[in-house]
Design a protein. Structure first.
Length: 326
């Protein structure tokens, strides 16, 4: 039996779908809320759905678990309640880590590329205490994720009890089905496809950096199916532990993304550039790209899905369909 926290969320529900398709028993820890988030898990026969407030109580009486995959978090980069974010993203995560260490259960958790801040120090997934301490995240969410990465690194360095397998994954710009409940935090693909399909242009921010043209801002866009493949591989290779980037390994421009959406929708590409809000200009990231060397050296060899192929799959199999859910 697998426990997936955040299992009704975006990345978590895609992992839940894959595990259920393999015939695994899955328990989800999440809040379904009052919107359509429940649709992310509606197709799957789950053992149970447990709200986060009851999880530690549930674990005390749970049957043996094969692994805990901890995707649950307050993930909005605009979050401002520091006490709440710390409680959910650090304190709760620490409790799950300690439980897995005490019960010898593998533990995979979501970190984030937001820990890298403006990227001036690069995107090297060095999990040492010194390297993590040098990172300067730009928002509360990224800071909370780095705090937990540091806690993990301290426990490992001090030879404190650790789960038999532990993995932190620094997700980059993930896109794919089941992200619709995220609103303004959805990927650009999900936000722009309805406009493109309706014959309207894609609006992108103008550039305010001399090295990047309008639409030339670069991101590491990664198809959620690739993220799931990595997690399934890790669950099958319990000897692998560590902190790893999870991206495509190739930075692509927003203009490339807009053209891929238009091509997948079967319409001409039309892009209009609009002013970037002044309040986000000072801390805007113009480049992200995951270094994937460590994960490759650990043994994961499957090539990343190209941006064009990922967008095509997303549009053809999900966004253009009456039922967009996996």
């Amino acid at each position: 039996m697998f426990l997936v926290t955040g299992g009704a969320g975006f990345i978590g529900s895609n992992l839940v779908a894959a595990l259920c398709e393999q015939g695994a028993d899955v328990v989800v820890c999440d809040r379904l809320g009052s919107d359509d988030k429940w649709r992310n898990v509606a197709r799957h026969d789950l053992v149970d759905i447990v709200v986060p407030e009851r999880l530690l109580e549930w674990l005390a009486e749970s049957p043996p678990l094969e692994a805990v995959v901890h995707m649950g978090a307050i993930s909005a980069t605009t979050a401002t309640d520091g006490d709440l974010v710390f409680d959910v993203n650090v304190t709760f995560s620490t409790s799950l880590w300690d439980w897995c260490a005490a019960h010898e259960v593998p533990f995979i958790y979501a970190s984030s590329a937001a820990t890298y801040g403006d990227g001036r120090q690069g995107f090297d997934d060095d999990g040492s205490l010194d390297a993590l301490a040098r990172l300067r995240p730009l928002n509360l969410y990224g800071w909370s994720k780095n705090v937990f990465d540091l806690r993990v690194a301290r426990r490992v360095a001090s030879k404190a009890p650790v789960p038999p397998q532990w993995v932190g994954l620094k997700f980059f710009n993930v896109y794919g089905p089941n992200e619709y409940h995220k609103g303004s935090m959805m990927s650009v693909v999900a936000q722009k496809y309805p406009l493109v399909a309706a014959g309207k242009p894609v609006t992108l921010f103008k550039s305010y950096h001399p090295d990047y043209p309008d639409g030339g801002q670069l991101r590491d866009f990664v198809w959620v199916g690739d993220c799931v493949d990595v997690m399934l591989w890790l669950l099958a290779h319990r000897e692998v532990s560590g902190l790893f980037n999870l991206g495509s390994g190739e930075a692509r421009s927003f203009a490339d993304l807009a053209r891929a959406i238009a091509e997948a929708a079967g319409v001409p590409s039309r892009i209009e550039y609009v002013p970037m809000p002044e309040e986000i200009r000072p801390n805007y990231q113009y480049f992200t790209e995951a270094r994937m060397d460590r994960l490759r050296r650990a043994g994961y060899s499957k090539p990343a899905t190209t941006l064009e192929d990922g967008v095509h799959q997303y549009v053809e199999r999900y966004l253009s369909q009456p039922d967009r859910y996996r």
